[in-house]
Design a protein around this ligand. Sequence first.
Ligand SMILES: N[C@@H](CCC(=O)N[C@@H](CS)C(=O)NCC(=O)O)C(=O)O
Length: 212
Amino acid sequence: MSTGNNLYDKPECPFCWRVRMALNRCGVVYNRYAYDNPEHEQAWHALTPNKTVPVISFDKLVMVDSSVILEYLNDVYGILLPPSANDRADARGIASYADVRVGGPVRELVFERRERPPKAWDQEAIARAMKTWHQALPFLEKALSDKDYFVPCAGIPDYVLASRFGLAMAYGMPAPQSPLLADWFDRMIKRSEFTDTAPAIVIEAVTKGWQL
Ligand SMILES: N[C@@H](CCC(=O)N[C@@H](CS)C(=O)NCC(=O)O)C(=O)O
């Protein structure tokens, strides 16, 4: 294991990707290791009681949960959440909703389609995921309202939702039936912290755009 800042991750994990976006935005330089690379697996394993990714070590400080890492980065750099306690509470509520209500159906779709031939897909499960996805979006549309981002200049809730939207797009979730959210995502995909850190499958999907 190298000294300094080390991130153990896997490219397509939405929890890892949001952390990469935040690290990029905060200008943190780090070594990135695939957690299942035999050269690094032992170091990763020794650091985490959870045996999940992302795991980050900033010298002696080790963090094993993406929410903890994001909050820490905001504590240090102060640019990922708004300054007022009330606005931060709103932002955390949006991030939590996005993870559960949008993340759930996207995860279901990804698990159904990833590395499986279309013949093996459970079409009922896919239809259910797509329905739940559409049902989850109006709350977020209302929360975004006329703002460009969920927090000024984009931050934690934007990265949490963008990690879910990016994978949704890559795995063929239908386009959001919300011009406000579609415009928000268009803004997100132009940001360097998104393009510099997105999984290859998302970059490929972004060049094609949402399929209807
Ligand atoms: N609450 C954790 C969840 C992390 C998580 O579930 N990561 C998944 C990958 S997306 C994982 O490591 N699963 C175990 C594995 O892939 O072996 C966090 O936010 O960091």
